[in-house]
Design a binder for this molecule. Sequence first.
Ligand SMILES: Cc1cc2nc3c(=O)[nH]c(=O)nc-3n(C[C@H](O)[C@H](O)[C@H](O)COP(=O)(O)O)c2cc1C
Length: 154
Amino acid sequence: MAEKLVVYDSYFGNTEKIAQAIGEALGDATVRKVNDIREQDKDDLKIMFIGSPTRAFNATPAIMTFIKSLPKGKLDGVQAAAFDTRINPEQTESRFLKFMIKLFGYADVKIANALTKAGAELPIESAGFGVTGTEGPLLDGEIERAKSWADQIL
Ligand SMILES: Cc1cc2nc3c(=O)[nH]c(=O)nc-3n(C[C@H](O)[C@H](O)[C@H](O)COP(=O)(O)O)c2cc1C
């Protein structure tokens, strides 16, 4: 059983660091990589954070599949929040990429929409945390920012 669950996906460890920080802020939370989720993690949920690296303007397939696979009603009354990690657009020289980012956005919104569709309540705005390059590291201050963002749900 996990009243507070943080589910994340991560290739290079940056989203994992944000997920762990959110888990610390929540206290008593289960923090689990999406492919390691156990059946009992989904019991008695009250708060659930879901995060993914932004890849091709979206969350990872594993994260989206996880949300879609939740049984109907599982998220009724659950307070949920979505987050991602992403490259700071200021760092890219490519005007085309900046344009694409503006058009297609980030994983946090895709996760938030899927959570709403699945019946969760989203009391706080989703959030994105910046990495300095594809493999990170995270921008300075992002761990602390993640903690105070997550605190808002309590
Ligand atoms: C194949 C691929 C696609 C990516 N697509 C985007 C993107 O659309 N927007 C963005 O801001 N960052 C993009 N990135 C950068 C990732 O967001 C970055 O690698 C991620 O935040 C690192 O998180 P992780 O360490 O948890 O894997 C992409 C990276 C890769 C490798």
